[in-house]
Ligand binder design. Structure first.
Ligand code: SF4
Ligand code: SF4
Length: 334
């Protein structure tokens, strides 16, 4: 059975883009160097910034991102430092190329998960989105990580370009050895917000008829599945994570956002200067979090309204959930 993962102030989730450089050029990439910078942060800066979010009374979760985080020459040292300073869980999100022999420089006890991004069940679909050769490379990296005993996840970002292959994923995942499957939904930001990309968003009917049942089927192989809620049922309450949870999305130019949908704009509510975290001047994303609108998420309505629908009376037919609200289906043991 699926359950909604409630927002909580009892943990802090740090999504840290330690560089924006990447070896790939995926057509839905959300990294926007004009807004996020193009620096590779030094280990000293990364550790100084990481310390800011620690609080002995709360669980701290770190997700290391890029660009491609394994391109960072000191990723291993960043991981050791984060563990030593008290991060409870550490995940690396990678495209699977695993630069700098990262699998030989860390052990499965140093990280909780390595997450691999694959956007199709076949090379044809995945490589059309992510680039030629990515499918084979990602799967080779994932298998190498599994062989070495790392816990792994697969992340599949759904759009109308690849939703057709989701049906193939339960069988595909059965013998891959991954522990978790993350279904993500395409965000209309970065390259996906560019011209000619209007068709990407999946409609409500498609989402509700497909995603929960695929998640159930994948979970039968013992894999825990997480997917975004996206569409709220009438009886479900809307909540903005910006008001009730502690998530931080950090970029190499020092910007820190609380909401990923704001990342294409200078709306960040926090910024690092000289390794200290400051609040930014209003108006910023914080001013959006407190707006109550009948469509649910304000930023969704502003930047990706293609998933909304209105009745003849002009009222929205449903609400859009916070993009950070997830459903989880635990893996079923045999
Ligand atoms: S692997 Fe990630 S960071 Fe690199 S281009 Fe693709 S989406 Fe962007
Ligand atoms: S996605 Fe919407 S609901 Fe979630 S934090 Fe951003 S503005 Fe708030």
């Amino acid at each position: 059975m699926n359950k909604t993962v409630a927002f909580s102030k009892n943990s802090v989730n740090v999504f840290f883009h330690i560089l924006t450089q990447c070896n790939l050029n995926c057509r839905h990439c959300y990294i926007n160097p004009a807004q996020h910078g193009s620096k590779t942060l030094s280990i000293e800066t990364v550790t100084a910034w990481l310390r800011t979010f620690l609080d002995t009374h709360r669980e701290a979760n770190l997700i290391l991102l890029g660009g491609e985080p394994t391109l960072h020459p000191h990723l291993d040292q960043i991981i050791f430092a984060a563990r030593e300073m008290g991060y409870d869980s550490i995940t690396i999100d990678t495209n699977g190329y695993l630069f700098h022999d990262i699998l030989t420089r860390i052990t499965p006890t140093d990280v909780d998960f390595i997450s691999f991004s694959l956007d199709g069940a076949t090379a044809e679909t995945n490589d059309a989105i992510r680039g030629n050769g990515c499918y084979d490379k990602c799967l080779a990296g994932l298998r190498a990580a599994v062989r070495r005993g790392f816990k792994t996840s697969l992340i599949y970002t759904i759009s109308n370009d690849n939703i057709g292959e989701l049906e193939m994923m339960p069988a595909f995942l059965e013998n891959l050895g991954v522990n978790r499957f993350f279904i993500q939904v395409i965000g209309i930001r970065g390259k996906s917000a560019g011209p000619g990309r209007d068709h990407l968003q999946v409609d409500r009917q498609n989402w509700l008829s497909l995603i929960p049942q695929i998640a159930e089927r994948v979970s039968e192989s013992g894999i825990t599945v997480t997917y975004p809620k996206v569409f709220l049922a009438p009886e479900e309450r809307f909540e903005c994570a910006g008001r009730v949870a502690d998530n931080y999305f950090i970029f190499p130019n020092g910007r820190v956002y609380r909401c990923p949908l704001c990342e294409d704009y200078p709306l960040h509510s926090l910024v690092f200067k000289d390794d200290r975290l400051y609040e930014t001047a209003r108006i910023n994303e914080t001013d959006l979090f407190c707006l109550d609108i009948p469509e649910g998420c304000v930023m969704n309505k502003l930047v990706q309204p293609g998933n909304l629908s209105y009745g003849e009376d002009g009222n929205p037919e449903y609400k859009i959930a916070c993009c950070l609200l997830k459903e989880e289906v635990p893996g079923k043991s045999a």
